[in-house]
Design a binder for this molecule. Structure first.
Ligand code: NAD
Length: 263
């Protein structure tokens, strides 16, 4: 193997959910830069188009798809249309996610349901559909979170979903291993993206930069490296797990959190 080519994805097809923003957008960009044809899937059609346009400007190949990952039929259609349109599916990044902060004692059933549907059930739906069409050598990568290692107030629904995502990652890895399909997770630490910015955007849509910077500074102290992540930090881990470089790695979670947790 040549370290100069082992990370290349020429001839491969990748689907990235939540590819319109943040870590998903960075992942789509990096996979495309490595040679993959990328299907950028997002609830927000405009943002998916923007990612796709950026990839094309840089000489890559991408198509945008609007999808709600909480809808199993829509996720199955996304995977099936990828195979009928682009001929194959080699990499699935189950990345779309939302966070709704509320103490567990106050979480209403429909909110708990939505958080689990978008963050957890989507991993089941996507991986089931992908498993039906993937060939040996394919890879599924799930975006989890450092929350799998910590308990913090107000994030219980999200933590339940991400911890469940870790369980799905490991079980799918066991069940699909004999078919040569690898399943791994990336658990980002605090990263400047839509999810983290949303918390500091008031009801009129005004972004509170000072409070955001203050929180980023506080989050930086959690890591021995004394900094927070950029979306591309997780994207490079996604590339590793998508590529031949990780051909003997499955059921594993890479913590891209600057050492904030070392499980
Ligand atoms: N930012 C962080 O600090 C952080 C830390 C750990 C894990 N994560 C995880 O990273 C992943 C990406 O989030 P991000 O931080 O880039 O946030 P982001 O808000 O920038 O991106 C999330 C994307 O998912 C899309 N999305 C939301 N609901 C969807 C649905 N139902 N169907 C399809 N697309 C949907 C959004 O439109 C958005 O484009 C999420 O799974 C998140 O939980 C983020």
């Amino acid at each position: 193997m040549n370290p100069g080519t082992v990370f290349r994805l020429d001839g491969k097809v990748a689907v990235v959910t939540g590819g319109g923003s943040g870590i998903g957008r960075a992942s789509a960009d990096v996979l495309a830069a490595a040679g993959a044809r990328v299907v950028v899937a997002d609830l927000d059609a405009q943002s998916a188009e923007a990612t796709t346009a950026g990839i094309k400007e840089n000489g890559g190949e991408a198509v945008a798809r609007q999808v709600d990952v909480a809808d199993p039929a829509a996720v199955t259609a996304l995977i099936d249309e990828t195979v009928s349109g682009l001929g194959q599916l080699d990499v699935l990044v189950n990345n779309a996610g939302i966070m709704i902060r509320r103490p567990l004692t106050e979480v209403p059933p429909e909110e708990f349901d939505r958080v689990l549907s978008v963050n957890l059930k989507s991993v089941l739906y996507g991986s089931q559909a992908a498993a039906r069409v993937m060939r040996p050598g394919s890879s599924i990568v799930n975006t989890l979170s450092t929350i799998i290692d910590f308990a913090t107030a107000g994030t219980g629904s999200y933590a339940a979903a991400k911890k469940g995502g870790e369980a799905l990652t490991r079980t799918f890895a066991v069940e699909l291993g004999a078919r040569g399909i690898r399943v791994n997770g990336v658990a980002p630490g605090w990263t400047d993206t839509g999810i983290t910015r949303e918390r500091h955007t008031d009801s009129s849509g005004r972004f509170e930069q000072d409070r955001f910077d203050e929180l980023a500074g506080k989050m930086a102290t959690v890591s021995p490296l004394r900094t927070v992540a950029e979306p591309v930090d997780s994207a490079y881990a996604v590339l590793y797990l998508a590529s031949e470089a990780s051909r003997f790695v499955t059921g594993h979670v890479i913590r891209v959190n600057g050492g904030a947790s070392m499980t």
